[in-house]
Design a protein around this ligand. Structure first.
Ligand code: ADP
Ligand code: MG
Length: 220
């Protein structure tokens, strides 16, 4: 098995018809199972970098390999994302009218699982994040920390080798934020996924195997 889960070679991404260079000739390698933190001022390219590493977007030029497969065009993105990536956003992005369990089941829908199998797997994942007793609660009725735990369970639905988190604790009080990070690390260890964390909070970067500091679209 390849020990590198993500490779970027000279990735460049511009917006506004080339006026804004969000990512400027960035190369990096991320080891399977590692914890990578990304910090840097607002506008330095952190989200753009995460989007490219997470198959949400492709660079204008340069090479991206995820789990050994080249990401060559936007046509490749959906399949790679479904199989390889779990994303946790600042604003959890859950579907509010669905229950916790239904939200966790969504990434599994394209897979050949029976509804019973999906249900059992979702309940197991909710158990991992200590929310099994809230499985049938509407997401609307959950606290911010509980919603983020559902988002973690959802991200793990297809056992991805790569977990990406963009300011996952940005909307939480600091104690709840630490709890969420503890849970993310626990699941990272359990599933051997790599975790790439974008944050403004240096405390959350402690223990990172690799620390990436972005500045003007480059790794500082
Ligand atoms: P960060 O996450 O570090 O705040 P971003 O990656 O969001 O930085 O943005 C990097 C630069 O690219 C910024 O100048 C931002 O305005 C610009 N940018 C990012 N996404 C877009 C977009 N979809 N359209 C236009 N400009 C964008
Ligand atoms: Mg950002």
């Amino acid at each position: 098995m390849n020990e590198t889960i993500v490779t970027l070679r000279s990735a460049t991404k511009t917006f506004e018809g080339g006026l804004v260079t969000a990512l400027d000739d960035v190369s990096l390698e991320i080891e399977r199972g590692s914890f990578v933190s990304i910090t840097g001022p607002s506008g330095s390219g952190k989200t753009t970098l995460l989007n490219i590493v997470g198959a949400m977007d492709v660079p204008d030029s340069g090479e991206v390999l995820i789990d050994g497969s080249p990401v060559e065009s936007s046509a490749d993105l959906d399949a790679i994302r479904a199989e390889k990536i779990g994303f946790i956003f600042q604003m959890h992005n859950l579907i509010p009218v669905l229950t916790a369990r239904q939200n966790v089941e969504i990434p599994m829908l394209p897979r050949p699982l029976s509804s019973g199998e999906r249900r059992e797997r979702a309940l197991g994942l909710l158990d991992e994040v200590k929310l099994r007793d809230r499985a049938d609660s509407s997401v609307r009725g959950l606290s911010g920390g509980e919603r983020q735990r559902v988002a973690i369970a959802r991200a793990l639905a297809n056992s991805p080798p790569l977990l990406l988190a963009d300011e996952p604790t940005g909307n939480l009080d600091s104690n709840t934020g630490l709890e969420i990070m503890e849970m993310l690390h626990e699941q990272r260890r359990r599933t051997s996924a790599a975790l790439i964390l974008v944050t403004h909070n240096e405390v959350l970067c402690e223990g990172a195997d690799q620390h990436i500091r972005m500045q003007d679209g480059r790794i500082a």
